[in-house]
Design a protein around this ligand. Sequence first.
Ligand SMILES: NC(=O)c1ccc[n+]([C@@H]2O[C@H](COP(=O)([O-])OP(=O)(O)OC[C@H]3O[C@@H](n4cnc5c(N)ncnc54)[C@H](O)[C@@H]3O)[C@@H](O)[C@H]2O)c1
Ligand SMILES: O=P(O)(O)OC[C@@H](O)[C@@H](O)[C@H](O)[C@H](O)CO
Length: 440
Amino acid sequence: MTAPRLVHLGLGVFHRSHQAWYTEQVNRAGGDPWHYASFTGRRPDAAIELARQDCAYTLLIRAADEDRAEPVSSIAVAADGANHQLWNHYLADARTALVTLTVTEAGYRLRSDGGLDTAAADIRADVRATLAGEQPRTAVARLAAGLRARMRAGCGPLAIVSCDNLAGNGETTRRAVLEFADLVDPTLASWIAAEISFVCTMVDRITPGVEPADLATAERLTGRPDRVPVVAEPFTDWVLAGDFPAGRPVWELAGARFVDDVRPYEMRKLFLLNGAHSMLAYLGLARGHATVFDAIGDPVCRQAVEQVWTEAGPLLPFTSDEIGRAKADLLERWGNPRIDHQLAKIALDGSEKLRVRMAPVLRSYAGQQPLGQATLLAAWLVHLRAGGQDPGAAGLADGSLPAGAAAVLRQVVPEWDDQGALAAVIAHTAAEIEERRHHR
Ligand SMILES: NC(=O)c1ccc[n+]([C@@H]2O[C@H](COP(=O)([O-])OP(=O)(O)OC[C@H]3O[C@@H](n4cnc5c(N)ncnc54)[C@H](O)[C@@H]3O)[C@@H](O)[C@H]2O)c1
Ligand SMILES: O=P(O)(O)OC[C@@H](O)[C@@H](O)[C@H](O)[C@H](O)CO
């Protein structure tokens, strides 16, 4: 096995079904092999379990009729994200060519305008820690710390590749890292601005959580015990735009596409897939469903999804045939009864996700009352009022329905101050959803 030249932050299921799997395909094709040093985001568990089995694991590719097992061994080192010494070691290794990230939308600590939330308690704590020579905890601060180690070691440029569901994820990451670096070390900020490439990506592969039965399936199909297999759908996609100054795996061998502008693909995915996922999560949970498969089979949820799709259509730079095919593909993917994609996981952190998945669509209907968007906000409000956890939405749903409706609208489009008619539709729709909660 070669020394890792790839580093990852956010060692969760998606990293293992996607970036590690693409890299595995490159290695299997027999070219120049690449390996990952992958770091957990917040807890060491995933790294400990993986390290126990030499970082090799099984990807269960779950089709509608059967599972196929694919061994993955492109992760060479699985490490606790709190191991700052090792993190800085890899970032300061001249052989390291790129860093991928999957730290969730909330992990970037962004303000509503897309900049770094420098008033957030953990970002302020990380500024203090960095200035005091201590180790920071947030993803953006850890990136800055690793890049500072690289700068001090005199190593050359590399690429940072966000694989999170954010709009313009490369540019957004760049802005956040530069803003943090500027607060702690302006020389570092200048070095990052000159040397580091921030690549934009659209990533797509539905990767649900792992159930105990999946461990037995992995062992049955491979003949080897596996304490940490991963499950994913057969479909996968990766579109990237940007420079890789220190090289990269030939991910095209596994179907990745390198383009000049990732935005059309990103909008199509965020508005059609992720936006509809959020609708299915909030409306589906209110109607007593647990999974995407269950919710999309409910005509009320399905109609709400169609409404969101119709409203997003005019923003997408694709022909109506292309959009029609994208919708049909999604219905087929969600119709896989063996993918146990829990709505509760999709429903997390709506305060961060909904801005990305619906704000541009909502803005394009300024002064109007688009019913799909209103239903999505109403369903989110009902979710929050029922106790849905979301630190970014604390207090938002504490008052009356009309007050909550105005608050969720402001959360997604903060610059709107006079949308009384739309807020009234949201409040009315939320009342209807609450009334029918669990009474299908
Ligand atoms: N699962 C999918 O189907 C899928 C598909 C496309 C994109 N993604 C992207 O990948 C992200 C992770 O998804 P997953 O399914 O692997 O989740 P997961 O829960 O399995 O893993 C998430 C990882 O991110 C880390 N993390 C969470 N919050 C963090 C924070 N505040 N700071 C630093 N690290 C943090 C966790 O510790 C963990 O390592 C998603 O939020 C999304 O942006 C996921
Ligand atoms: O992963 P999140 O939390 O950003 O969003 C939940 C789902 O919408 C998402 O994971 C999709 O399944 C994924 O984006 C499909 O590629």
